[in-house]
Design a protein around this ligand. Sequence first.
Ligand code: ADP
Ligand code: MG
Length: 729
Amino acid sequence: MSKLRFRVVETAFKKKAVEVATPAERPSEYFAKYVFNKEKMFKYLPSKVYNALIDAIDNGAPLDRSIADEVAAGMKKWAIEMGVTHYTHWFAPLTEGTAEKHDAFVEHDGKGGMMEEFTGKLLVQQEPDASSFPNGGIRNTFEARGYSAWDPSSPAFIVDDTLCIPTVFIAYTGEALDYKAPLLKALRAVDKAAVDVCRYFNPEVKKVVAYLGWEQEYFLVDEGLYAARPDLLMTGRTLMGHDSAKNQQLEDHYFGAIPTRVAAFMKDLEIEALKLGIPVKTRHNEVAPNQFELAPIFEECNLANDHNLLIMSLMRKVSRRHGFRVLLHEKPFKGVNGSGKHNNWSLGTDTGILLMAPGKTPEDNLRFVTFVVNTLMAVYHHNGLLKASISSATNAHRLGANEAPPAIISSFLGKQLSQVLDHIENSTKDDLISLSGKQGMKLDIPQIPELLIDNTDRNRTSPFAFTGNRFEFRAVGSEANCASAMIALNSAVADQLVKFKKDVDALIEKGEPKVSAILEIIRGYIKECKAIHFDGNGYSDEWKKEAARRGLDCETSVPVIFDNYLKPETIAMFEATGVMTKKELEARNEVKWETYTKKIQIEARVLGDLAMNHIIPVATQYQTDLINNVYKMQSLFPAEKAAKLSAKNLELIEEIADRTAFIKEHVDAMIEARKVANKIESEREKAIAYHDTIVPALEEIRYHIDKLELIVDNQMWTLPKYRELLFVR
Ligand code: ADP
Ligand code: MG
């Protein structure tokens, strides 16, 4: 009998919610308690230094190295008052997580004792011995140096006893080795390009900010059950497991009452998040059993992204206090919903205008249409790249796999916005602009009631949906660093806005009035990017055919999807916006292919081990029981009767033999296929080999394991079953 499985189920069942004390202060009072935000900067920095730093944060003004010492001194004073003893540069290498190396503040004082020290030099730049971070061949091992450099636009914060300083991570030769460096460049590019376009409408605009509001989906699993599932432990997903008879079909989990142990976890997490300045707001049950969601109020994109990285590590930590493990994998369980991280994205000006929101006047709406249509153009021309930006070995289970929506990027606009675009497309210049008395002109752009779209029209199947005052990029994976998607999107939109400005200016130079020049170009764009607009059911098979006909990227193999990063038009776009060079793009693709291979390789090893050590032995043992039974029947009954009574058991004995033989043969074949793939020199070709030969083998083997789970004695089965993983909480 499987002792561990039953013991962990029993223990999990008896667990009570952990008591979480409600802080004496209100959330507005403890919000950002552990953040060196403007309020603390004001308190701890000399006013000259404070002003220079704020100018750097708000306007991207270059920061004079000479003030770094004073900033460091202020930060140290605050941190030590908070009981901090260590500091770290906190960065996001190309691994999907964050990295940190803690150093204590202590230094020799020159008199045989110690003193606390933290200088500007240590704040601004460090050289972590970073030879073991993915770099795609940019850093040869003999010059393994990379350095981390302070990002003043994301405030330092305290975790436990450590002051964390958000930094970029770049090679000694200047190439980015992380997500933040290109993200900051993409945000600068879209700021500049959008300001230039905004000035057609609002000459006073000086800055455009990209906003990001992420919605983090996740699963919680009791930690005992988790520990009894080596596949969850090693790969983050279940590599086997038959559907539970009940899962999400009753739709009784979504938005249901939050289970008490989970509610305690959420409360704890939210208190910690608020103290770290993360403006968490929404929590609810998601569609699948044991699946939940957390969303903050949207923020400036770079900060929002740091906050997402921070909350993912916070979730891992806090879940343990509650006897849970958090699963951030995009598809931990077959047959129930996977987890995404919708990226709500928009642009806004320093004068308070949301550029993706309809306005009150026709002129406002011309601006709105301009930004929406340019976004659609960017998404259309770079739909393959955007897909590449969200693709990974793990997210592939959510997009493009059997039970997932197709891996095709399209945009949902809703009835009202579609009508507006159709109207512009089908009208002539004179229909749209009529001269009306002294005021000048009258614009015939239909009104779009604000927010109405959000409430009336929803299409959950669209990977890039317009939702009233923003676009929602839903294809992003739950485990991913959002920066990957945000780099691609913001760069593509920046590039597109620059082209738009050029096109409009060319018409204006020819003597066309500004407004009609804008409309002329917009009308052309609406026609050009029509293929990206799709309001129908994105999950249907017809859409796959239709999308291919429209020329959208329909590739489903993740390693091949990555090729989009190296297409000439992609390289041109990233170089024109100054976000990444060809060399950087090539290096990052090496990392992507390598990571893909390694993830599949680990899954294949784990599945092979489990098949051989857990599944086949248990199935064989049960088979032996059946065989014994058959023999005993023969000694009890006359031969003919015994044969009749044992008929079913004989079938089971054969079925177990067939299935275990299949599993064993295919595990062996999979090992051989790995040996072949591992010899391939090119990372791209190797990843393709893993995709083409190993991924299907994982599914084939699993199929037979899941069938065995249905027939083998429940008492013997060692791995917690789906019904336990999904319903015990
Ligand atoms: P949904 O109905 O899509 O589940 P949620 O309320 O869960 O919506 O999440 C919506 C997210 O979008 C939140 O993070 C919210 O702050 C963010 N958001 C709202 N407006 C904007 C905007 N203009 N730009 C970017 N993000 C936004
Ligand atoms: Mg949403």
